[in-house]
Ligand binder design. Sequence first.
Ligand code: HEM
Length: 324
Amino acid sequence: MPIAEDLAVIIEETIRKQYDAGSARRDAHPKAHGCVKAEFHVLEHLPDALAKGMFVPGNTYRAWIRFSNGSSDPTRADIKRDARGMAIKILGVPGKKLLEDQDQAMTQDFIMINHPVFFATDPARYLSFMQDSNSDHFYRKLLIPFDLGAKGTRIALETRSSRISSPLQARYWSMVPYQFGIGAGRQAVKYSARACSATVEPMPHKPGHDFLRDALKNTLQIGEACMEFLIQPRTSNSMDVEDSRIEWKEAQAPFYPVATIRIPQQVFDTPEQNAFCENLSFTPWHALPDHKPLGVTNRLRKIIYAHISTVRHEMNKVNEEEPR
Ligand code: HEM
């Protein structure tokens, strides 16, 4: 996919410009609120259609969850409007994985943002968007709405407009679809995660610069947190698999809970755990064939995430390996 390689090179140039060797960060979602240890319990009873791949009824997996802001600026205050990310890495998942050079990895990743759709779908226009966004010429930035079109521009603005009071209380979506199962019974699905309880804490009166890390810390210092993981099977052809800007409306296609995520009481904000978190790599392609990423956006991500992860690990002289 030549466009994916062009995009990877542009993103690599941005990272090399923004960071010195030894302190390279992710291009997207560089600011983490923390990486927390979690348990991913697949529900005891699931209909056959939802019991595919790693969703073996009653199975419990260890997991890491990285909560983040979307902005490429890792120093941005949490009160500023932004997209929020939740990346889950499930450990101990047997079976050959999709990334050819990491097919023996024991991990399955689920990557989500707190918005249901992704703003770009046409690779060539996404390339122009990246070129214009990264250009040093101001007038090139004026071209961005033309690259994305009215719909894409609106979704991009909406995605970056959220304020949340805790990473544990937002609702997250995979935005783009995934295969669920292999063979004749396979279907396309999207994922989502949300708190088990609908209670949402109010925004703090005087939000600190990193108050989302503080919110995570304060909750997990005194007790555990609970989230649920949901799957939305595609129910009609109008729910597009290639065009990531088309929302699969819940009224047309319900989300079904398939797992409970327990985040035990813990201290996560240590230098060692933060460094470990920084060095993790999430990609939709850390996946079993049963959970194969679908659609053009995910095909681009296969090449881009692998390339960018390698660049930042090389710049920081750290090994790139999947945790066990
Ligand atoms: C073609 C479209 C996309 C491009 C080019 C892109 C690019 C990137 C890159 C370069 C990274 C950093 C990878 C690393 O250094 O390891 C990243 C991370 C991330 N992306 Fe994307 N992305 C795209 C689409 C999406 C979509 C559709 C989602 C929806 C869920 C998403 C959610 C995230 C999240 C949450 C992270 C942070 C993961 C972590 O915590 O490490 N991205 N993206």
